[in-house]
Design a protein around this ligand. Structure first.
Ligand code: ZN
Length: 150
């Protein structure tokens, strides 16, 4: 169990240090901003949807390690997927963090983002971890209003 936690820790720190898809694609078709008032995390997500798929996705933001690592993991998870599959990944990630599904995160189509399952034990950190995912979902829905985890 400890080895597993260490591995998860490593994935999270790697994404914190070397964020994937940082920066907003210039030719994006959908965008949204998110804010987590409990921690001060801010994130913008921009998506380019082409033929019903996530052709490009990027984020920009500032916040705690969990929020930024999660944003990086989110972009990696949804990139290249169909909008439907990406939405399913969002739902799976939210379920993982809120309801908990044991440690069968490999059953969920969320890849390395399963490493964030550990934040479930810390309710305030769940908001940090889920912010970018909610913002991504909001971008897909092309909602103009800023997202808040409140
Ligand atoms: Zn945070």
């Amino acid at each position: 169990m400890n080895d597993l936690s260490d591995l998860y820790q490593e994935i999270i720190m790697d994404h914190r240090r070397n964020p994937r898809n940082e920066g907003l694609p210039k030719d994006h078709t959908h965008t949204a901003d998110g804010f987590n008032p409990f921690c001060g995390d801010k994130v913008s997500v921009a998506v380019k949807i082409e033929d019903g798929s996530i052709a490009d996705v990027g984020f920009k933001g500032e916040g705690c390690a969990i929020s930024m690592a999660s944003a990086s993991l989110m972009t990696e998870t949804v990139s290249g997927k169909s909008v439907d599959d990406a939405t399913a990944s969002f739902e799976a990630f939210r379920t993982l963090l809120t309801d908990g599904v044991g440690d069968n995160s490999e059953d969920l189509d969320i890849g390395d983002a399963g490493a964030l399952a550990g934040v479930r034990a810390y309710p305030t950190r769940i908001k940090c971890a889920i912010l970018s995912w909610h913002t991504f979902k909001s971008a897909l829905d092309n909602e103009a209003a800023p997202v808040t985890t409140e």
